[in-house]
Ligand binder design. Sequence first.
Ligand code: 5GP
Length: 175
Amino acid sequence: MSKITKVLIDENKIKERVRELGAEISRDYQGKDILMIGILRGSVIFFADLIREINCNVVIDFISVSSYGASHKTTGEVRMMKDLDEAVDGKDVVIVEDIVDTGLTLQYLKKVLLSRNPNSLKVCCLLDKPERRKVEISSDYLGFTIPNEFVVGYGFDYAQKYRNLKDICVLDPKG
Ligand code: 5GP
């Protein structure tokens, strides 16, 4: 059993913040083309909303790495499950991630993408749980900092469920 205990960030607050992030990115990349990379699957809802708030030329692509609850939780190992289709060389790249937790996923992704010689590489993350950080890493664009709670909704899942909720909610897995 699992139970949603409360709404942490509601739909309207998310919309407002995503609009602000889009405006910030648009300002920073004025006149440039951006390769926006979504991290499957958690970031897809955020990704879809964010790119529509950006008024630069945007090319999209997706990458998939082993997710929460998989081996990296205990071993610190992150594995690529699906690589990009687009080349990164010489591009202005923005990684769009759902949440930075331990930071291991982002550390791995940055290393992989930097080795492919982008012109620039930045990270836009919806949520940050700094209390659980294992490696020193931060986002260039951040939606919200949250406490150490397990969240679902707006793309976040628990056992692949709840991604379609409009709000970001706290889940008690034992609830
Ligand atoms: P990290 O490598 O930073 O520890 O983990 C990042 C990944 O863990 C995220 O992309 C996300 O898939 C997952 N994750 C971390 N915290 C949460 C959470 O509170 N809820 C959900 N659904 N996934 C989380």
